[in-house]
Design a protein around this ligand. Sequence first.
Ligand code: SF4
Length: 320
Amino acid sequence: MTALLEVSNLTKDFPVGADFLGRPQARIRAVDDVSFALARGETLGFVGESGCGKTTVGRLILRLLEPTSGTIRFEGTDITNLPEAEMRPKRRDLQVVFQDPYSSLNPRLMVRDIVGEPLKNFGFSRSQIDQRVAELMRIVGLPPEYVSRYPHAFSGGQRQRIGIARALAVSPKLVVCDEAVSALDVSIQAQILNLLADIQAQFGLTLLFISHNLAVVRHVSHRIAVMYLGRLVELASEEALFERPLHPYTAALIAAVPEPDPATRGRLAVLPGEIPSPLNPPPGCPFNTRCPKAEARCRAELPEFREVEAGRWVRCHLPG
Ligand code: SF4
């Protein structure tokens, strides 16, 4: 598979506070030197605790935020600093499904107009829009005759189906799903995850699936990237990651996933402590304040993100 998206050394700082002249008092590094590639037709899961930078990575790729440094290449073109006029046609290929199906749909618009909005923006005629919206409703499992209803008439799961239909409207190449099922009940989550997996397989879509929930990420992802305090700490296929996590943080996340089998449940220690403040990250390995394997070197030297086996990347002095 060829790479659809290549991200190299992506970094994003946010200013914090301001003095009387409006100058920032400090900077938080939300994303730090993140590199990965996403193949066409692949689903890459991005997982980590709240505040680890995964949502910022998604927004940088969508060019909703400007990076501090690094490069984003989409279909071989460097889009990192592309002016908006040149970026606009590319936006058709880059779509997003947001977390909250209640606030992400305009309550004053009918479903026909919500789903049809991206088509209208790209110059489709009214009849083309109506035809495509009906097709999209069927794809996401909603009756096409519901297009004249307003969002309040739908359940949370149905609203997220509408959000997915809108994201698919202009046949994008890459869809970023940002905590796309987190606001839904567990039973509804499974239905939406199955829908996303079906759509991905049917249309060969490429998905970047961002979630704090590793069990959810596992359900849909071919490969999984684990983030901690703004950095990637492990990247591997879904099978390899769950079979033999190489980073202690990944191991702790896996231990926290509810196991159906009581014999294996809780076999690894659950992670102690809080994620450190990105304003004051620990020296050396960012995970050393919570890591059961930490030794003197971990507190002094930042481990590199390196490929330890074919396709397996890890940032740890003592992997495995
Ligand atoms: Fe733990 Fe050290 Fe590896 Fe960091 S480098 S994850 S502290 S063993």
